[in-house]
Design a protein around this ligand. Structure first.
Ligand SMILES: CC(C)(COP(=O)(O)OP(=O)(O)OC[C@H]1O[C@@H](n2cnc3c(N)ncnc32)[C@H](O)[C@@H]1OP(=O)(O)O)[C@@H](O)C(=O)NCCC(=O)NCCS
Length: 241
């Protein structure tokens, strides 16, 4: 039996098994990343063991948060190193959900989701989110600010210097279309402002100095020229109205 019909026929059991396998993989990654944070918490717990009750509780709470933040930074590194060792990436092209490339796409993005759901909101507008996406394969210039957790397919995305990705922007290089996943590179130039909650779809290119309005929807393959301002759903060049 050919590989893809087999994958499609047994899609649900295979997806279930793969999900369980992913939970194990992500648990190990999370476990490695959690160890230093647990060590930090343990140190605080021992140091405060003989303290009076309220100050001990405050010390334990502080130790818990310190341990958590230590975990978040370690998770970024562990996820990045793991993706480099395994050469994980979003593949380019058009392929069925139930295919080798579909599995490759899901496995890679699961690593991004692990970090997104565990901690990425604490890293918005910090250098740590930039480091994370660089480790996941994104090309990012200097002084870039990223204020969103909703990024997928990092290895297919490029961002130039001094660009701002606004709050809760959706930035992805894939779309699900009639049974297939379609991926295409996204290129955002330098000095670009992507407004609050805008959506950037696969194949989009934004020239240097452009502004994307808050809430704009840049449909797939949209090309925004340098210095242009686009707004709306779907987004249009404001100068061309
Ligand atoms: C698009 C934007 C830059 C326009 O600001 P501006 O240059 O000061 O221009 P104006 O406010 O005069 O608006 C120009 C036109 O665009 C329209 N417009 C403005 N924002 C819009 C939006 N988000 N969606 C649709 N149309 C919009 C205005 O209604 C106006 O239309 P009109 O000429 O028919 O009256 C601004 O509204 C915006 O969305 N900025 C995003 C900021 C942001 O989110 N930064 C990152 C997070 S802090």
């Amino acid at each position: 039996m050919a590989a893809e019909p087999f994958l499609k026929r047994f899609a649900t059991p295979i997806q279930t098994l793969m999900t369980l396998a992913l939970y194990v993989e992500l648990s190990v990654l999370g476990g490695i990343a959690a160890a230093p944070g647990l060590w930090v918490f343990g140190r605080v717990e021992r140091a405060a063991a003989a303290w009076p009750s309220w100050s001990r509780l405050v010390a334990l709470g502080t130790g818990g948060f310190l341990g958590y933040f230590t975990f978040t930074l370690c998770l970024v590194l562990v996820a990045g190193v793991f993706r480099r060792l395994t050469f994980a990436k979003s593949p380019l092209g058009t392929f069925p959900y139930y295919s080798g490339k579909g599995i490759q796409w899901a496995s890679y993005n699961a690593i991004i989701l692990l970090v997104r759901y565990a901690c990425i909101n604490w890293m918005r507008v910090t250098p740590f989110i930039v480091v994370f996406h660089r480790l996941m394969g994104m090309k990012i210039g200097r002084r870039v600010q990223i204020n969103t957790a909703v990024i997928g397919d990092s290895n297919l995305i490029e961002i130039g210097d001094d660009t701002v990705i606004g709050g809760d922007v959706t930035l992805v290089a894939h779309s699900a279309e009639r049974g297939s996943l379609v991926t295409a590179r996204v290129k955002i130039g330098s000095n670009v402002t992507v407004g609050l909650m805008a959506m950037i779809m696969p194949g989009v290119e934004i020239g240097d100095g452009a502004v994307i309005a808050a809430n704009a929807f840049l449909a797939k393959d949209t090309k925004v020229g340098p210095g242009e301002m686009w707004a709306g759903i779907p987004a249009r060049n404001l100068a061309g109205r």
